[in-house]
Write a protein that binds this ligand. Structure first.
Ligand code: ACO
Length: 449
């Protein structure tokens, strides 16, 4: 099969949010810390009767219903998540309820669990299946979903929640470029969830940011090397090294928007250091000569380097990345779906003309990949996402005090058996699945709003 990639994309985010400016006041921090300092406008959060299964049920049902797909047409279903409510029973198995009436139980795939990266791993698996000898001609569906919540303290404003479902198959409007990926994997205790009774992670914020930036450097280096070698083998041989100019758009895993803006600066630093003879007397690299000798690994905490390259890359950020931050700035970090939320935000605000034939560079924390837009089937994909800003506007604003109480209630009831969660229908969009009851054997029952 040719041009394997993303055919359709569906987004779910919670129907309620807190204003970050109000949260600043409530938390007693300086005004501007969450809004200007982290670059966050609002933060979405789940109702008390939502869990990872209900989020994924909603987004998969939306994908199939709005795409007028038949449940029989899906031969693989993968879930990427780090929101674990059962150590054995995959979210994927719960989603099979949606297939029940169709009689289709011949559906491969299972959950992939890993902080933020599980969604990308699932997408790679799904694309590999379509390209493999095991493919039976049907679609694959990839679901990424998470409830990103932190204990009270400085990480709390970087939460969020949501789910994204993607239809994967051949002749896609968004094609995963073959052989063009860079991966960096290493062992670090920057963010992990060792306490299975809690929804909250253990996180070392500053270390996690360093790990993120180091992974970005390494992925870009590997990616660039592969891109340059493909280019040398191809006919359309362009001279000079691969640079950010070769991407029309750049999207990132987005823990908070400010980190993404810094990351664009970081990529420019990579280009600058790799350029054989950068012109520092004018243009993009003007005034950057003092940084010519720096080593990437020495600069993760350097404010001087960060500031200089953030300023130099401002225009690149505005053009290539800013439109992709709509959902992240208004809903927050969704963990595994974060980067795909950026993709959806970009598509919601682009024309087919902007995208056709252009390359989107994508950084999923822990990995890198790139997609290329194809003109013909692009319109349908774009129009399906055009209502994203209106859907964000339709959410309910909740006071930080009430948000804190809902979080407290989730803490107290997380993992209770024989429990009926408290939650109102007005906390959910119509058509949303929710947790109705957990019985005395921990079996969960869901209903649709
Ligand atoms: N006005 C404007 N800006 C302000 C103000 C203010 N009044 N007060 C502070 N700031 C700025 C700071 O200068 C800083 O910006 P800078 O880094 O550009 O200098 C920014 O706001 C944040 O302030 P810090 O004091 O650094 O924030 P703190 O250490 O309290 O927490 C952190 C930030 C570490 C990101 C925390 O929220 C966290 O741990 N989050 C979770 C971890 C995370 O998301 N890691 C990213 C990768 S891993 C993942 O995806 C989960």
């Amino acid at each position: 099969p040719e041009d394997v990639g993303i055919l359709a994309l569906e987004v779910y985010f919670p129907a309620q949010y807190v204003e970050q400016a109000e949260l600043e006041r409530y938390d007693g921090v300086e005004a501007g810390k969450y809004t200007r300092g982290l670059g966050q406008q609002q933060m979405g959060f789940c109702a008390a009767h939502e869990d990872i299964n209900s989020l994924c049920l909603t987004v998969v049902q939306r994908l199939v219903e709005r795409g007028r797909l038949s449940w029989d047409a899906i031969g693989r279903l993968e879930v990427g998540t780090e929101t674990v409510i059962d150590k054995s029973k995959a979210v994927k198995t719960v989603l099979m309820e949606l297939f029940r009436d169709s009689g289709n139980s011949d559906v491969e795939g299972i959950d992939t669990t890993n902080a933020c990266y599980g969604g990308t791993a699932s997408l790679f698996n799904a694309a590999a299946w379509v390209e493999s000898s095991a493919w039976d001609g049907r679609y694959a569906v990839v679901v990424c979903g998470d409830i990103a919540v932190y204990a009270t303290g400085n990480a709390r404003p970087t939460g969020g929640a949501g789910a994204i479902a993607m239809l994967v198959g051949p002749n896609a409007p968004l094609v995963l470029e073959r052989g063009l990926r860079g991966t960096h994997m290493e062992h670090a205790y920057d963010f992990y969830k060792p306490d299975l009774a809690s929804e909250y992670p253990v996180v070392d914020g500053p270390l996690s940011i360093q790990c993120y930036l180091r992974a970005l450097d390494r992925c870009y280096a590997v990616y660039r090397r592969k891109a340059e070698s493909q280019r040398q083998q191809g006919e359309r041989c362009r001279r000079g090294p691969f640079t950010l100019d070769d991407f029309k758009f750049l999207i990132f895993h987005t823990p908070f928007c400010k980190l993404v803006q810094k990351s664009v600066g970081r990529l420019l630093l990579n280009d600058f250091l790799a350029a054989p003879n950068p012109d520092t007397s004018g243009g993009l690299y003007k005034g950057l000569q003092p940084f010519r000798g720096v080593k990437l690994e020495d600069t993760y905490t350097s404010k001087e380097v960060e500031k200089a390259f953030q300023a130099a890359s401002q225009e690149i950020f505005n053009q290539k990345t800013k439109p992709s931050l709509l959902l992240s700035s208004r809903n927050g970090n969704m963990y595994t779906p974060s980067m795909y939320g950026c993709l959806a935000s970009l598509l919601a605000q682009c024309s087919a003309q902007d995208l056709a034939g252009s390359r989107i560079g994508a950084f999923s924390y822990g990995s890198g990949l790139a997609a290329r837009g194809r003109s013909s089937p692009l319109d349908k994909l774009l129009s399906s996402l055009a209502d994203l800003p209106a859907r964000l506007d339709a959410r309910k604003r909740v006071a930080p005090q009430d948000f804190a109480e809902i979080m407290k209630r989730r803490e107290e009831t997380h993992h209770l058996a024989n429990h009926t969660p408290h939650g109102s229908h007005t906390d959910l969009f119509p058509g949303t699945w929710y947790l109705e009851r957990v019985d005395d054997k921990y079996r969960r029952q869901y209903a649709r709003n």
